[in-house]
Design a protein around this ligand. Structure first.
Ligand SMILES: [Zn+2]
Length: 184
């Protein structure tokens, strides 16, 4: 059970990373190392230099965007092969540290990009293998596209947060009132 929770926590972090990508009018929110460290704690410790380059950040954004296409549409016919392409690109090999421990991955890429690839692609592989990837959805609230993992027992969550859920409930209520007035 502890192992499953650890895997889910990591998947939640990867989903939070996906949420930073630039989509339509929503701006890029992975702006620097502080953002990366907040979302994936421990990752910036793997940077070779203190002043990690913009090229590295750009590469991590591209990796994030590729993982996003796979995780947000896991039933797409090409999703598994795209995930396999990412494994090849970052040269991931499976590693086990002890009996009963989850499978980890080592990238042939050194430094922070390699570390982030190991974690992000590793979490995506685990989510595919467990089937949990099918419960990653984008919020249905108007004006929100935040991805979230629907871990509810009946898998019927539609909104990313209580805030979005409340917002839409208020909106439905107002709509009903407006309909009542129009109908009376
Ligand atoms: Zn939302």
């Amino acid at each position: 059970m502890v192992i499953r929770h650890a895997a889910r926590d990591e998947l939640e972090r990867v989903i939070a990373l996906i949420a930073t990508r630039k989509v339509g009018p929503w701006p890029e929110e992975l702006r620097g190392w502080e953002d990366l460290e907040r979302i994936l704690p421990g990752s910036t410790a793997h940077s070779a230099r203190r002043d990690a380059s913009l090229a590295e950040l750009q590469e991590i954004r591209l990796l994030r965007d590729k993982v996003a296409t796979v995780l947000l549409d896991p039933a797409a016919p090409h999703a598994p092969s795209h995930l396999g392409d990412l494994v090849d690109t970052y040269g991931l090999t499976p590693r086990i540290t002890a009996l009963g421990e989850p499978i980890g991955f080592l990238s042939f890429r050194a430094g922070m990009v390699g570390h982030v690839a190991e974690r992000v692609i590793g979490a995506a592989l685990a989510a595919f293998s467990s089937g949990e990837a099918q419960y990653i959805h984008e919020c249905e609230a108007e004006g929100c596209i935040t991805p979230f993992l629907d871990a509810s027992p009946r898998h019927n969550r539609a909104y990313c947060s209580d805030r979005c859920s409340t917002k839409m409930r208020v909106r439905r209520h107002r709509q009903n009132q407006a309909d009542d007035i129009a109908g009376s």
